[in-house]
Design a binder for this molecule. Sequence first.
Ligand code: THU
Length: 142
Amino acid sequence: MPAKIPAPLCRRLEKAARAAAKASYSPYSKFRVGAAVLAGSGKVYTGTNVENASYGLCNCAERTAIFSAIAAGERSVKAVAVYTPTKTTTSPCGACRQVINEFGPTALILSVCNSAERSETTLDRLLPAAFGPRDLSRRRKA
Ligand code: THU
């Protein structure tokens, strides 16, 4: 079960995701994305999408934020907020869902945009029957 995250903290994450989108490097898609991660320690890490002339190397905002958290020594993710300057909300892509699963299989996923629309779900709802670290544990091997 995901830990209950107080509403003011959710709003703080959403605000941080909104601010993070300002640094978006997205000259190819022109699709600016900001993300904020609430890590196990309680600290908030942000990220934005970083594109590349070699398109396949583009990195999503969510993964930028998670990798920053992990690089800072964090090992769990409690919540991820995603912001896009659109009328409707954006949900993390499949690759990001898999990366979130590694550190927060039941993490809260918040999506906000430039309208009143917002969405609140959990990673296990977005990525049911996920493949994760436990699938590689020695116990499971024949
Ligand atoms: N993108 C994200 O950063 N996060 C998402 O959840 C969806 C997609 C980025 C990747 C790429 O830079 C651009 O948006 C268009 O796909």
